[in-house]
Design a protein around this ligand. Structure first.
Ligand SMILES: C[S@@+](CC[C@H](N)C(=O)[O-])C[C@H]1O[C@@H](n2cnc3c(N)ncnc32)[C@H](O)[C@@H]1O
Length: 309
């Protein structure tokens, strides 16, 4: 995930500039509009993580202010992002409030916490809690486990006897953007872009062998190079965890292959990037399947779980 090299310094300069110029800064000037839009996106990003109603109402008001008299200073792309956010925030505000999270007191083992992860801590607790709610012979399909943090949290929650299984689909091929999430290298020989990291995933889930089965594959929508993941079990999918990015083509393929193996009122689907500002393809996917996907759990972070109905 690309990061601005000096984002912190830039933000500090913007703040200093605005504070110094605030007396004469025209309220509809380019700077004022841009800063206001940036603040709205930051606030929206916070709200998407919590879906807290009070915060949502405030974000909605900020977005209304920017969009009801749109400034040309923002440009069409930013206005489109803001409009998409407003529409999504409004959809979320129509949903019932979230009750207190039953996973709040779950503790992930220190070995589990040591695995490099892209998950927030509450989401890790949620995954462990979720593992404990599954039936004794549950079958789980996970897309995009990366180094196995999410997989391991699910397995930690499952306990014994090990009747459940996780089928984990990933290219298991390292990309440069992944380096950001591994500030200190926990192992000596670290993969470089293009290298397989399958052995690191297997090391993470080794305590749960053989219930975790890795499926190295590159899923995409091109007929010539794309691989279609398959479901080989007789049992239905009890839980599907998707964390391969908000890519509509991927989501459609996975839905096409796996939804025939879902059970209404039983199968849960977790989309780990649902609460990201740029996840509009994922929101659209869930909206298009709203007759089948009922919002069920919202851990603090970007993940959200839906019950298949
Ligand atoms: C955001 S990371 C997942 C983070 C992980 N769930 C965790 O707990 O930290 C996305 C993962 O999806 C995989 N991935 C993304 N697109 C893919 C595709 N089209 N086919 C196969 N794997 C893909 C990447 O290799 C990466 O491991």
């Amino acid at each position: 995930m690309p990061r601005l090299p000096h984002a912190r310094e830039t933000a500090a300069r913007v703040l200093t500039h605005v504070c110094e110029q605030v007396d004469w800064l025209d309220r509809r000037s380019t700077v004022a509009e841009t800063v206001r839009a940036a603040a709205a996106v930051l606030e929206a990003s916070e709200f998407l993580r919590t879906e807290d109603r009070t915060q949502g109402l405030a974000v909605s008001a900020l977005l209304d202010r920017l969009l009801d008299a749109p400034s040309t200073a923002l440009g069409p792309e930013r206005l489109e992002l803001l409009a998409g956010l407003r529409s999504h925030v409004r959809t979320l505000l129509r949903q019932p409030d979230w009750p207190k999270a039953p996973w709040a007191d779950v503790v992930v083992s220190s070995a589990g916490q040591d695995v490099p992860t892209m998950l927030t801590e509450p989401t890790m607790r949620f995954y462990k809690w979720l593992g404990g709610t599954l039936s004794e012979r549950a079958r789980i399909a996970e897309f995009g486990p990366w180094l196995g943090s999410s997989t391991r949290c699910l397995c930690e929650g499952m306990g014994e006897p090990a009747g459940q299984s996780v089928d984990a689909y990933d290219s298991f091929v390292w990309s440069g953007w992944m380096d950001t999430y591994v500030p200190t290298r926990p192992y000596g020989d670290w993969p470089r872009p293009g290298d397989s990291f399958l052995s690191l995933f297997q090391e993470t889930v080794r305590p749960y062998h053989p219930r975790v089965v890795a499926h190295p594959c590159w899923i995409d929508d091109s007929l010539d190079s794309g691989e279609r993941p398959a479901w080989d079990h007789l049992e239905l999918v009890e839980l599907l965890v998707y964390d391969m990015g908000p890519d509509r083509a991927l989501l459609d393929i996975i839905w096409e292959v796996f939804s025939p193996h879902f059970e209404p009122e039983r199968t849960l689907l977790v989309f780990n990037e649902y609460g990201k500002v740029h996840a509009s393809a994922l929101w659209d996917f869930c909206d298009d399947h709203a007759d089948r996907l009922r919002p069920r759990y919202k851990p603090d972070g970007t993940a959200k779980a839906f019950l298949y109905v």
